[in-house]
Design a binder for this molecule. Structure first.
Ligand code: TXE
Length: 474
């Protein structure tokens, strides 16, 4: 009974945003491969129109002031909460992630939580010099129009990460969702726009060309991007033309180091979710695990034990906590990396071949033991349910291995806390977690180094990143 009601609600939400019958691009359910809905195919002209509208609306939005904007963001959070179940179901079907576990319901909940935290975070002017002769203050003003370009792995949450601070600081926002997951993002924007004034938040559902236009648009002041390093480079090139400020979150190949003395049974569950949250399709997931020889076999065994208990299948089935790969491109990358590892003598502990019985895009949790640096499955971002586990004997050597790639989003160290903190200080990554991996918090700055991009999101630093600093001197 309740299922029927929820299905109706989700359809109503979908109908608000999808293209009319006979138009648009079909979006397939990642698990069943049935059509979820029709993505509107907006053009570069539509994008130009959206930017013009956002530009026109920006002074009015800015003039509302922090208090009123924050109140509106809180009201938006409440609206999202009221629509949480249909949003989660649409997200689950389009993206593939299950309703349960740290997945679709969790993601929608995070959207409201992030909005509330952002609304509650003050960014006060700073007095930088006050010596009797000079009084100088640093204020933070709105930039103007922010372009938000998103990926398909956490489409709602990452959109909110981009939108919430930008709106809070008085900017208006044009969102270009990934072409793989436009419907859930457009549905989220539609819910938010029940509360927000017109043209403060606009969505344009288009392809890479539309994304490229948003990044290079002369009337866009800031681009927030989460996606691949290759696209990040193109956005940097585009910014030479419009001088847009950039925040670039370009994925990672996060290393974990398990120190001698770590307790395999105690850390196995957190290691598992660190690596396999969202079926591994997470920017700051654990993607290569270096384990000290003294605990290596026990860690591999404990991880395999946890993996065996985690049900995978279609997201709308309440029992599942792992889903399919979101798209065929990513499925092929994952399958190819496992085959390559196998051909190089790595030991497949669990998984290792497509789970065809579950559906076209399902790939089981795959632990690869005796993997080695230099193998593609270690050196390249898998972005899927695969974890290579590498043996080491010397901690200095493990640190050097963790640092040898051009990524630097996250990392983790497992074992004695004090020892782990000393190791963490030597790792080249924007965040190093101790005895956990990948947890984010709306008040803790998040961002990468090296090929993982630049710029910080979340908290006060995140607000500064969508602001124009202005000095008032005198
Ligand atoms: O990313 P793209 P894709 C990694 C993951 C994956 C790979 C490719 O390894 O295999 O990236 O994924 C828009 N100017 N991550 O193809 O191409 C595009 O339309 C402006 C890591 O999804 O970077 C989409 O909205 N925008 C990542 C967005 O950029 C452009 C999460 C991302 O697309 C553009 C997802 C251009 N020239 C994948 N070209 C993470 N950091 O978490 C495309 N776009």
């Amino acid at each position: 009974m309740s299922d029927t009601i929820l299905a109706v609600d989700e359809t109503a939400l979908l109908d608000r945003v999808q293209a009319p019958e006979g138009q648009g691009r079909p979006i397939l359910d990642a698990a069943t491969r049935q059509v979820v809905g029709r993505a509107p195919e907006h053009t570069v002209h539509d994008l130009d129109d959206a930017v013009a509208r956002a530009r026109a609306a920006q002074p009015g939005w800015d003039a509302l002031g922090h208090e009123e904007r924050s109140a509106l963001l809180l009201a938006v959070a409440d609206r999202i909460e009221a629509e949480a179940e249909p949003l989660a179901r649409l997200l689950s079907r389009e993206q593939g992630k299950p309703l349960n576990g740290p997945n679709a319901r969790f993601e929608v909940g995070a959207c409201s939580a992030w909005l509330r935290a952002t609304a509650a975070t003050p960014l006060e002017p700073e007095v930088v010099v006050d010596d009797g002769e000079v009084h100088a203050e640093l204020h933070y003003r709105a930039l103007g129009v922010v372009g938000a370009i998103g990926p398909w792995n956490w489409p709602l949450m990452i959109s909110i990460w981009q939108i919430a601070p930008a709106l809070r600081m008085g900017n208006t926002v044009v969102v270009k969702p990934s072409e793989y997951t436009p419907l859930s993002v457009l549905a989220l924007l539609s819910v938010m726009n029940e509360v927000l004034p017109p043209d403060v938040l606009l969505g344009v559902s288009g392809d890479r060309e539309v994304g490229a236009r948003l990044a290079s648009h002369p009337d866009v002041d800031k681009v927030m991007f989460t996606g691949s390093t290759a696209t990040g480079r193109r956005i940097i090139e585009a910014s030479a033309g419009n001088l847009a400020r950039l925040t670039l979150e370009l994925g990672g190949n996060d290393a974990g180091i398990v120190l001698p003395g770590a307790d395999p049974a105690a850390i196995a569950q957190d290691l598992f979710w660190g690596a396999f949250i969202n079926t591994g399709q997470t920017c700051a997931a654990l993607k290569r695990l270096y384990v000290h020889d003294s605990v290596y076999d026990e860690v591999v065994e404990a991880l395999a034990g946890v993996a065996a208990q985690m049900p995978m299948g279609p997201g709308l089935d309440e029992s599942n906590v792992l889903g399919p790969l979101q798209n065929k491109q990513q499925f092929d990358i994952v399958a190819g990396l496992v085959e390559d590892a196998r051909s190089h003598g790595a030991r497949i502990v669990t998984g290792g071949a497509p789970a065809e019985e579950l559906g076209e895009l399902f790939y089981p949790i795959t632990l690869i033991a005796d993997a080695a640096d230099g193998q593609a499955v270690v050196d390249e971002e898998q972005f899927g349910p695969v974890l290579p586990v590498i043996r080491y004997t010397d901690v200095d050597e493990a640190i050097a291995r963790a640092n040898r790639l051009d990524h630097g989003l996250g990392a983790s160290v497992w074992g004695d806390r004090e020892e782990a903190r000393r190791v963490a200080a030597r790792i080249q990554a924007g965040t190093v977690w101790i005895n956990s991996h990948g947890g984010v918090h709306p008040m803790i700055p998040f961002g990468g180094v090296k090929g993982s991009g630049y710029g910080l999101e979340f908290g006060v630093e995140g607000l500064k990143a969508v602001s124009a600093p202005q000095v008032i001197n005198g």
